[in-house]
Design a protein around this ligand. Sequence first.
Ligand SMILES: *Cc1c(COP(=O)(O)O)cnc(C)c1O
Length: 227
Amino acid sequence: MSTIAERIKAIRATLPEGVELVAVSKFHPVEAIREAYDAGQRSFGESRIQELAEKTHALPSDINWHFIGHLQTNKVRRLIGHATLIESIDSERLLHIVDRESERAGVVSRVLMQVHVAREETKFGFSPEELLDFFRQRRFESLRATHICGLMAMASNTDDTARILDDFRRVAALRDEILAAVPDLRGFDILSMGMSDDYPLAIEAGSTHVRIGTAIFGLRDYPENLP
Ligand SMILES: *Cc1c(COP(=O)(O)O)cnc(C)c1O
C-alpha cells in the first residue's frame, strides 16, 4: 500500500504547471496532515469550523487553510482570519456577513463564489445566471474587506464523463462571461474544480485548483460511522 507522501507525489506528477493541489483533510487526523506536510504539501481543505480550529492549533502556522464546506452565518466570526481562502460563498447574505466580520477584524478575506452547475438539488451555490447578474450589476463594489478571487464548483455526481466535463466547462465559460462583463475586475483568476474522481476532467476544462481528499488520505471516517 502506498503512503500519503507517495500519493501526493503521484498526483502532483499529473498536474500541469500552475495548478494548485489543495489536499482535502476533513475528517482525517492531525497525524495524516503532518505526513502530507512533511512531504511538502502546504494547502489543505477543511469543511467544519470546529475541526479547522483544532487543526490550526496543532499544526504549523505556514499551512494555507482553505475552507470548502457550507458555512453557517453564525459561525463566520470564528473563521475570519484563519482561512487563506474561503471557497464556499454560496449566498449574497453569507458574502456580506463575511465582509462585515472581516472589516470588524481588520483583515481582508479572500473568497470564491460557489457555483451550482451539478444536476442535483442538494448542492449549495449560486446559479450561473444569479452570479452573472451579481457581477453585471457590480454588486461586489459594496464590499469593503473581501476580495472575490474566482469561482468554486462541483460537477454532477455521475459516471458520465461527458456530463462532468460539460459541468466544468460551464463554470469556465461563466468565468469568461464575468470577465467580459466586468473587464476591470482584478485578481479574479481562480477556478477551483475537480476532486479525487474527476480532477483530470476539471483540468481539461481549465481548473486552477484541484481539491483532492480520498485519493490522498483514503476513505473518511465520518462521525456518523464512528462507534
Ligand atoms: C470533500 C470535498 C472534496 C474532496 O473530495 P474527494 O472525493 O475526497 O477528493 C472536494 N471538494 C469539496 C467541496 C468537498 O467537500
